[in-house]
Design a binder for this molecule. Sequence first.
Ligand code: DC
Length: 234
Amino acid sequence: MSKIIIAIDGYSSTGKSTIAKELAKALNYVYVDTGAMYRAITLFALEQNCIVDHEIDVKKLLGVLPMAKLRFQYNKDLGYSEMFLNEKNVEKEIRSMRVSKEVSKISVIPEVRKKLVSMQREMGDKEGVVMDGRDIGTVVFPNAELKIFMTASPDIRASRRYKELISRGENVAYEEVLKNVRERDYIDSHRASSPLVRAKDAIIFDNSDMGLKEQFERIYYYALKVIDKQKKNA
Ligand code: DC
């Protein structure tokens, strides 16, 4: 078996998913965006009125959580999978600021993490997978053959995210996006349950001054090296 698990963790808006998607395509692997799963549960919590005035009613959410059915569906035209919540395509809604503002608070809830981590482990069970998130190399797949930890300065990340939101027609201010990036960094790194930390054996990848092509080429090279080693040991 020369197919491997590639874990890409790191701060929000470091471009993890862009690189992970390309890598999966080039290697013919499955790509799993675990942030989309936390975002879909957040959307579900909003729809079920479990978040009122930015406060989460955890008890209410845990009561309805079993009703949240998530699945990824591959979109041939896009070349990657889209997130479905209870059979509805929620790709656009889960990327909105409305969801971004609440998602870190939802992802600190241990029962939510437990549900999603077990789904993620199942997805990576069968074949080569590129999975991005915050705890993939530390919790979901501590034995992943290749771990990348992506980072970039908050300003650079906020301006990338701002451009993305504007291009999608969202009416946001740069300052609001920067504030959200900083807040999510803080919550993601300081939560009790699976905080964002670098796995000891992860490669630190600071892409502040790197274009997409260079990022892809470097990470693809790491992947080929590990796969090659794996083949030789098979
Ligand atoms: O990667 P993203 O920005 O779409 O992730 C959204 C949020 O979900 C992020 O603020 C932290 C959380 N998350 C997490 O806690 N664990 C993961 N494996 C993936 C995302």
